[in-house]
Write a protein that binds this ligand. Sequence first.
Ligand code: ZN
Length: 358
Amino acid sequence: MTEFHCPTKIYTGANALEALRTFTARRVLVVTDSFFSKNGKALKLGRMIPNAQVEIFDKVTPDPEAALAAQGAALCRRFAPELLIALGGGSPMDCAKAIRLAYGEPLTFIAIPTTSGSGSEMTSFSILTHNAVKHPLVDPALRPDAAILDESLLRQLPSSLIADTGMDLFAHCLEALVAKNRSLCTDALAMLAAKTVLLNLEASFRGDVTVRGSIHEAASMAGIAFDNAGLGVCHALAHAIGGAFHVPHGRLCAMLLPGVIAFHTEEGVGQYAELARFCGLTAATDRLAVRSLSMTITRLQRTLLLPQNLAQAGVSKEQWQEKEEQILQAALLDPCCKTDPGTVTRQAIVEILRTVRP
Ligand SMILES: [Zn+2]
């Protein structure tokens, strides 16, 4: 039996941010990073809630620490917000989710993503860092009540961020497609989201803002897909390596994907081949289609100027050796392994890591 949940209301398309005017609250807390507080966007969006008093929590940094969520929850106890807005990429959204959970009082929670990758606006996941280890929190209460997908927020995105987040989004599709709790509902979302990325990511990277709205929706679609189907060993490893070395999550996922696809030779071949054909990659057999998909990922990585392995991402052999055991342990304990279609053993992880380690 599988279940499918999508309780989050999605506002999308031009001027989607106008939806903020339809909410009511006396006190609004906006959780964001310093970029959106300094440029005034956080306050401006908070003030779109009619007659609300607005407070900003702008301490979020990449890979947010669990302690930050505790600070935000303390602010909630003083300010007693009726509406919580998460504004930013995956980190502010993950932090806001943890704040909501730690605070525990009822409030309306709106996620406004400003990058297109994590899908956090749709999921019951929040990734927090503690003692250099990334811990995924999974709780249905973490799903936002509403997500606002407004492409006007994407015009100034730096190309490197487009590359990283786009490959994270692609990894969500690939993992959801083969994960243990997949269903036709999640397949449909993952397939179309993956195709949207393959067709448009390079254009977005080169500065074409017209394709960014569709990639933004694809990120949410992939979020719904993996929230229901589960993720796998690619994310378990990306969390473990990212916690140790702070390499951006999306570029870790991208470099791990070919090794993960090879690991799923038996379980994943039919699904991967179907995706390859859906994306227009023709091949005589399923195995050739999967190879073609793998090569397409590697090519895309090069086009997006992403590192192909950890050495290129700036991790030295010595740094790796010092942290290798910690990474192996953290990956094996990561809850994403539970929904991987393969048997994730220590040996399997060592084999996958062989493709990226310095
Ligand atoms: Zn991810």
